[in-house]
Design a protein around this ligand. Structure first.
Ligand SMILES: Cc1cc2nc3c(=O)[nH]c(=O)nc-3n(C[C@H](O)[C@H](O)[C@H](O)COP(=O)(O)OP(=O)(O)OC[C@H]3O[C@@H](n4cnc5c(N)ncnc54)[C@H](O)[C@@H]3O)c2cc1C
Length: 315
């Protein structure tokens, strides 16, 4: 059975960054398991392909939620990336950090190390945005960020003016010292192509001898010795496999599947797992609860000037 120091489940935003950092000094071996396939696809690399991969089951898990009572019984659509880079390979590329107050609220809830001042150095370290405000923005990091404000459509300027008229403060940079307000987004691209976590973090590490990346490898459960994770079972091209971890098993399969894998491995609400025939290793009712998402709602208007739909529709 193959053995590694670390096994990372999921090659998404988190998994790619972890795979790079953990193999950087050459001291540890890492196995990165990804259920999806390669990200070398035109509509993944070209930013406008966002609209294509939004509904493409080859690169997208395309989840649907249960009917939500708070949404009048509607079931929501939940796209999630299923390829190297994970959701960072199909997302809208908007580069915007959370609000400092939100991080501070996490810390205040009993999570040391997650306050704004704690996480800011990592945001700065990750970035390549040389024109940014010193002390807030980073240069030379793996994740290249592009300012596209100068190329924005004329309607954007009208929209921003309207925002100012109703009293919203204009901010020149959501990731600078004035994160709240109305302004232009920056995007994670370089040279006109998507800057996913796979491109920023995984690609530069792929040649390292201490990193093994397995695609089409779907983890099905975590192995435990007592309460210590010792390995991962996975399915690859119909074959059941197991890899062993000397050090740690790291779940980076996203907000939906990471808790699901814990449930399948016996860690979760015992009262729900036992009737399903899953032996309960640790009764932890909070695992898989309290998921929150931001809803997106489109507002559609007829415009009196040509929009990108007219300009690009022919393509
Ligand atoms: C359509 C869309 C638009 C978005 N737009 C933006 C945006 O503009 N800006 C922004 O900041 N954020 C955006 N996001 C959110 C952002 O992309 C995610 O928050 C982020 O990528 C999540 O990272 P993650 O590592 O937690 O999970 P993911 O990146 O989703 O990675 C999870 C990985 O685990 C793999 N996996 C799942 N199950 C298994 C298994 N059993 N075994 C092995 N591998 C498995 C998946 O295939 C995937 O590759 C968007 C997301 C989507 C889907």
């Amino acid at each position: 059975m193959a053995e590694f120091d670390y096994i990372i489940v999921g090659a998404g935003s988190a998994g790619c960054a972890l795979a790079n950092r953990l193999t950087q000094d050459g001291a540890h071996t890492v196995l990165l398991l990804e259920a999806g396939g390669s990200d070398r696809r035109l509509w993944v690399q070209v930013p406008i392909g966002y609209g294509k991969s939004f509904y493409d089951p080859r690169v997208n898990w395309m989840y649907r939620t249960e009917a939500e009572p708070a949404l009048d019984g509607r079931a929501g659509y939940w796209p999630r990336g299923k390829l190297l880079g994970g959701s960072s390979s199909i997302n809208a590329m908007v580069h915007i950090r959370g609000q400092p107050a939100d991080f501070d609220a996490w810390r205040a809830h009993g999570n040391p190390g997650w306050g704004w001042r704690d996480v800011l150095p990592y945001f700065i370290k990750s970035e390549d945005f040389p024109a940014g405000e010193p002390g807030w923005r980073g240069a030379g990091g793996p994740l290249h960020v592009t300012d596209v404000a100068a190329q924005s459509h004329a309607l954007c300027a009208a929209f921003l003016r309207a925002g100012e008229e109703i009293g919203l403060a204009r901010t020149p940079d959501f990731n600078g010292s004035r994160p709240e307000g109305i302004g232009h987004y920056q995007i994670t691209t370089r040279g006109g192509l998507r800057m996913s976590a796979a491109r920023a973090y995984l690609r530069p590490a792929m040649g390292r001898r201490n990193l093994r990346v397995e695609t089409h490898a779907r983890a099905t459960g975590i192995r435990f010795a007592a309460l210590r994770a010792t390995g991962v079972d996975y399915l690859q091209h119909g074959v059941r496999k197991t890899a062993q971890a000397r050090g740690e098993v790291i779940l980076a399969a996203g907000s939906v599947v990471s808790p699901q894998l814990l449930h399948l491995s016996g860690i979760g609400p015992g009262a729900e797992l036992a009737p399903l025939g899953i032996p309960v290793l640790r009764d932890s009712p909070a695992v898989g609860r309290n998921l929150q998402d931001h809803l997106c709602i489109d507002h559609l208007y007829h415009a009196r000037c040509a929009t990108l739909n007219e300009e690009l529709g022919r393509w």
